[in-house]
Design a protein around this ligand. Structure first.
Ligand code: UDP
Length: 323
């Protein structure tokens, strides 16, 4: 198939593009490089530098490539930033996303895989979280993704645009070539590995007084390769759908740090800090629906292979993509 990967120079998009290319699909990457990196674009892909605020540019890319599907990863994704600058999130994740949908309608491209998030659920009533859980976001980031999911339903009904929305839990790990390099790193695993590499003095634990067995937040870490595989399966989905995507297991912040100590063999100091606003105590996915309907299965069920892959990547590229 021919796939346009919008936001394909970012962490998740770059690895999805790589997997698509490994499976002999044709890939073009459209990215504005504000969060993404030119070096995260696989050499086998065509690269188009562009921003979704420029509808003409995305339309031109779609007209020239005529893809069978679009994968849409181009979004801002930091909860804390969204609480300070909601406009950025609604403008980029919603308004610019609508430009993409309109460009698809204008050029007759009818299939979209959308990168959504468990942040649409807010403070969940239960764990694991399945697709029947009520979406009640508690920050503009989650709200912007939920708004876009609702818009997708209407574009399906009115324009016949078929979509699959994948709500990721905590994407982590790396492929051999591509990994996680955010210019401002807020994520737990890369921050812990930076301490292991000697690039940071200690890891900050945001909250040690949660109602969890060790007092720290529990998250469902899913290997980026398993996540990328779900996107490829979603290309064959028979109808528009929403799927939660995690492993169904949970690890606390302290467990992640302990696993990093064991895998790296390095000393990793911690400092306990207050809670980070907007962090639910426990987020665990039920992925039964995508398993049942699309036959997805996570290959990596524990933290170990996730952290090992991330550690290999960070050792190979200690300065990330270097930009
Ligand atoms: N966290 C932490 N220290 C860090 C980064 C994250 O204690 O340096 C915690 C954070 O509060 C959350 C968990 O680790 O409970 C996962 O955070 P991350 O930012 O990786 O992902 P999120 O769950 O926010 O998408």
């Amino acid at each position: 198939m021919k796939i346009l990967v919008v936001g394909g120079a970012g962490y998740i998009g770059s690895i999805c593009a790589e997997l698509l290319l490994d499976e002999a699909h044709e890939v073009a990457v459209f990215d504005n490089l504000t969060e993404g990196h030119r070096r995260a674009v696989d050499d086998r892909a065509t690269f188009i530098e562009g921003d979704l605020s420029d509808q003409k540019k995305i339309e031109a890319a779609l007209s020239s490539m005529r893809p069978d599907a679009v994968m849409h990863f181009a979004a801002n994704a930091l909860v804390g930033e969204s609480m300070r600058d909601p406009s950025k999130y609604f403008r980029n994740n919603v308004a610019n996303g609508v430009n993409l949908l309109d460009a698809m309608v204008a050029t007759g491209v009818q299939r979209l895989i959308f990168s959504s998030t468990c942040a649409i659920f807010g403070l969940p009533e239960r764990a694991p979280i399945d697709e029947t859980s009520p979406p009640r976001p508690i920050n503009p980031y989650g709200e912007s993704k939920l708004a876009f999911e609702k818009i997708l339903r209407w574009y399906d009904q009115i324009h016949g645009l078929r979509f699959v929305s994948l709500r990721y839990f905590n994407a982590a790990g790396a492929s051999a070539n591509f990994g996680e390099d955010h210019r401002v790193e807020t994520h737990l695993i890369p921050n812990v590995l930076k301490v292991a590499l000697g690039q940071k003095p200690h890891v900050e634990i945001y909250g040690a007084d949660y109602e969890t067995p060790d007092g720290t937040c529990i998250r469902d870490y899913i290997h980026i390769i398993d996540l990328a595989r779900a996107h490829i399966l979603a290309l064959g989905a028979p109808r528009s759908e929403f799927y939660n995507l995690g492993t169904g297991g949970g690890s606390s912040v302290r467990e992640v740090i302990a696993a990093c100590r064991k895998i790296t063999g390095r000393k990793i100091d911690i400092v306990e800090k207050p809670r980070r606003p907007g962090d639910p105590a426990r987020l665990i996915a039920s992925s039964e629906k995508i398993k049942r309907e699309l036959g997805w299965q996570p290959t990596f069920q524990s933290l170990k292979p996730i952290i090992e892959s991330a550690w290999r990547w960070h050792q190979k590229f200690p300065s990330g993509y270097g930009d």
